[in-house]
Design a protein around this ligand. Structure first.
Ligand code: HEC
Ligand code: HEC
Length: 319
């Protein structure tokens, strides 16, 4: 009797392993997407990104950095596909995002910046909790920086916009019936906004509406200069699909294939909202930060503060 029971447990266990591990391993064979990273030797910098990748693995960067973009992400570039990783062994997907996702990090900052950041993250990002990798040899450092600069280099288009809507929303632009740059549309959007959005996002779009108090993930503050870079299709996509993992509603919910014009708010209403939200973001002048690319190009590595150990390590010996 016991034996039958034990056998049952064993069979169940192996069935689960078979279905969740072995079957996908055999059946899931994504074709190379052609978007994977390309690691070719950098003659100019005398650096080998393929070797830099091994440094990345060795130093455990993936404990804190992922390399996949998800639907709810913003600012990390276009979505990835399984086929992007066919030649990535071992893959560097990672699981935790203590630091930002690095899928499309290549070209985001100058190499000088990357190096300064790796030597002492606090020198270019005050308040960063990333550990210093100042102990890397020159060769390791150069190769690692070359690797960082290749991330995302195999995408069909060069990643210039870090905020990009899925394909179907780019197509939606063609069916747009509202002039999203007109004051009249923005005004219509404002009315809809006060009715549907202000309770969470606040009367002035600061993300501080009365409902925000009870939300763990706070509503977006549309006055941030960050939102200046949002293209129309991305606004439309966000409003239509909401933000997974937050209380932001899917305002396009209810639309069916037969009646794509359905939804809690019609596409027209959502475009009016786009026109309004676009007017809220402030200019960058009030929010210059060190990670501003234009500013960084002027920073020379020699000019960066050379901090002594005492300056960036808390004094030992008690609180
Ligand atoms: C303990 C966690 C941790 C580890 C380990 C770590 N990082 Fe970071 N990293 C962070 C955090 C937090 C940030 C965000 C703050 C900042 O930019 O310094 C960051 C930021 C970065 C950025 C800037 C990303 C951007 O677009 O702003 C890069 C590039 C980077 N890390 C590369 C690396 C590399 C390469 C390694 C391995 C040698 C590494 N990190 C290891 C936590 C970590
Ligand atoms: C129940 C509260 C709630 C309501 C109502 C609400 N939102 Fe949101 N909204 C959120 C939250 C929470 C987020 C997520 C913020 C984040 O991801 O950090 C969000 C995010 C967004 C974003 C994405 C911003 C980004 O960073 O990409 C847009 C756009 C947006 N809301 C527009 C609207 C519009 C337009 C309406 C009204 C039609 C609306 N929201 C109504 C809570 C709400």
């Amino acid at each position: 009797m016991y034996r039958a029971g034990a056998l049952g447990v064993l069979i169940t266990f192996f069935l689960i392993i078979w279905a969740t591990v072995l079957m996908p391993m055999v059946l899931f064979n994504p074709k190379p997407s052609g978007n994977g990273n390309v690691y070719s030797y950098d003659e100019k910098a005398h650096a080998d990104p393929a070797r830099g990748r091994r440094v990345f693995v060795r130093e455990g960067c993936f404990y804190c950095h992922t390399q996949f973009t998800r639907l709810q992400d913003r600012g990390y570039g276009p979505l990835v596909k399984a086929g992007d990783y066919v030649f990535e062994t071992p893959h560097q997907l990672g699981t935790a995002r203590t630091g930002p996702d690095l899928t499309n990090e290549g070209g985001k900052f100058p190499s000088e910046w990357q190096k300064a950041h790796l030597i002492n993250p606090r020198a270019v990002k005050p308040g960063s909790i990333m550990p210093s990798f100042s102990y890397l040899s020159d060769k390791d450092m150069n190769d690692l920086v070359a690797y960082i600069q290749t991330l995302g280099n195999g995408r069909e288009k060069k990643v210039t916009a870090y905020v990009e809507a899925p394909e179907e929303y780019k197509l939606a632009l063609a069916t747009k019936t509202v002039d999203t740059n007109s004051d009249a549309a923005a005004n219509a959007g404002r009315g809809l906004y006060i009715q549907n959005c202000a309770a969470c996002h606040g009367m002035e779009g600061l993300g501080n509406g009365p409902n925000s108090i009870s939300l763990e993930k706070k509503p977006a503050n549309f006055t941030r200069p960050f939102y200046k870079q949002y293209p129309d299709d991305f606004w439309f996509y966000r409003i239509t699909e909401g933000v997974p993992g937050t209380r932001m509603p899917r305002w396009g919910d209810g639309a069916t294939l037969a009646d794509p014009r359905g939804g809690i708010l019609t596409p027209e209403q959502r475009w009016y909202l786009v026109a309004y939200l676009k007017t809220l973001s402030k200019d960058r002048d009030r929010e210059e930060t060190v990670d501003n690319l234009r500013q960084l190009n002027k920073v020379k590595v020699e000019q960066l503060p050379i901090l002594t150990k005492e300056q960036w390590e808390p004094p030992s010996g008690g609180e």
